[in-house]
Design a protein around this ligand. Structure first.
Ligand code: HEM
Length: 193
């Protein structure tokens, strides 16, 4: 068995599973389209988003561990993480993603949970709904940035050993930003648009 190939497979599979910002944004935009709904709908929606954060932490750790293993199994020293500029950029972007996720999970989500825990009955009172709104709006904005960073990480991952032409990288980055903006704004019913 070739350990490098097996770890590389796991690294890429983890990256696919790091698509939470994309699907969370789709869920959030679908929730908006759904309109006024019983409290149970909101609770279910919040449970999905809240538990996705925990899954995301696990996938971030897996991406880091498998990435480090790829360096070591490739016969390189760990210092490559700092001497290879693409790997360094990947490492820093992964750190940014962890910080953003920690802020959402430990800083922002508890405010939403505290407000929703005050709801009695099957309807959310308008004053609570009003207070929840700015927290959800901030979380949604951050998810848009996270999506852009994940796409950027994929683009960087493909250039660890052989770099793309800079113009191609710049163009793909612009498209990544455009797509992230689009997913932030609409439920992208046709996948790309
Ligand atoms: C510090 C953390 C990470 C390290 C040290 C690392 C390291 C590596 C290495 C050494 C490769 C080259 C594998 C090869 O071409 O044989 C690679 C490929 C790749 N990485 Fe990472 N990685 C890290 C995090 C991430 C993250 C967070 C993502 C995406 C969310 C990612 C996405 C990719 C992709 C898409 C490839 C391309 C594999 C290929 O087809 O060649 N990596 N990574």
């Amino acid at each position: 068995m070739n350990a490098y190939q097996a770890v590389k497979f796991l690294h890429i599979l983890t990256v696919v599973f790091m698509a939470a910002p994309l699907y969370n944004l789709i869920v959030v935009n679908e929730r908006l389209r759904f309109g006024k709904a019983p409290f149970a709908v909101d609770r279910y929606f919040e449970n999905l988003i809240k538990t996705n954060a925990v899954r995301c932490f696990i996938f971030q750790i897996t991406a880091f561990v498998t990435g480090i293993l790829l360096i070591l199994l490739g016969g390189q020293s760990l210092s490559m993480l700092f001497t290879n500029s693409v790997l360094l950029a990947k490492f820093l972007l992964l750190l940014v993603l962890s910080v953003l996720l920690s802020y959402v999970h430990f800083g922002l989500q508890p405010h939403i949970e505290a407000l929703l825990s005050q709801v009695q009955g099957s309807e959310i009172p308008p004053e609570i709904a009003q207070q929840v709104l700015p927290w959800r709006a901030r979380r949604k904005k951050l998810a848009g940035f996270c999506l852009f960073f994940v796409i950027t990480l994929v683009l960087l991952g493909l250039q660890v050993f052989v770099r793309f032409d800079p113009l191609t990288t710049a163009l793909l980055l612009a498209l990544a930003a455009l797509f992230s903006w689009r997913v932030y704004k609409t439920p992208i019913p046709y996948g790309w648009v």
